[in-house]
Design a protein around this ligand. Sequence first.
Ligand SMILES: CC(C)(COP(=O)(O)OP(=O)(O)OC[C@H]1O[C@@H](n2cnc3c(N)ncnc32)[C@H](O)[C@@H]1OP(=O)(O)O)[C@@H](O)C(=O)NCCC(=O)NCCS
Length: 198
Amino acid sequence: MTYTLPGSPVLLRHFTLDDCTVLEANPATMDSDRFSFFGLPVPGRMRRRVESGEAHPKPGEVHGLLVVEAEGVCIGFVSWHPQNYGPINAPTANFGIGLIPSARGKGYGTEAQKVLVDYLFQTTTVNRVEASTDVENIAEQRSLEKAGLLREGVVRGAHYREGRYNDMALYALTRPDYEQARAASSATKITTGFSASR
Ligand SMILES: CC(C)(COP(=O)(O)OP(=O)(O)OC[C@H]1O[C@@H](n2cnc3c(N)ncnc32)[C@H](O)[C@@H]1OP(=O)(O)O)[C@@H](O)C(=O)NCCC(=O)NCCS
């Protein structure tokens, strides 16, 4: 399975064991991944998930994990999980991203998050896609804005990292926002930015 948008330099696809090798060679550390380091990874965990098929999301599922590929190689991953607001099973999709250090600062993170937002609205029934990041993570905040998500506010003391609770900036896009952007894109361009159909 692969998913991209016309003209995008990145695509999202299922993990392979070769991708595990790339990520194992670039483990998150406190220095390289200040905002997403939560301890040493469990050795071989990702390989076991790939081998069992557990790592491969099925369209429609509100949890999953995909490789971000650019220039023909794995440069990181995106993941998402359900976030329920209230007792009814109608979750928001909350996503995250991690690129290996050599792939950062080249626009790939922004592109990958644009493609993921499209994938989630096209393949699930969620009404809302959201992401939050540490208020000090300027690269991710800027990247989310460039990917079209709207800043909704600050969730105080929500994130335990570096030995203390930290504030997070919350970003989201609702399905009406997405449909509106899609319609505007179709109206102003001869070729639209979207290839997938619902
Ligand atoms: C956060 C991340 C996904 C952003 O992706 P990226 O490809 O590096 O970012 P882009 O190249 O798309 O740049 C997006 C914006 O962030 C800015 N930016 C990039 N790196 C930056 C940095 N270290 N400090 C400040 N701004 C930065 C860029 O200048 C750009 O903004 P601009 O167009 O206004 O100049 C990526 O850096 C990453 O994986 N970081 C480590 C893991 C992480 O923090 N994940 C998110 C945790 S919630």
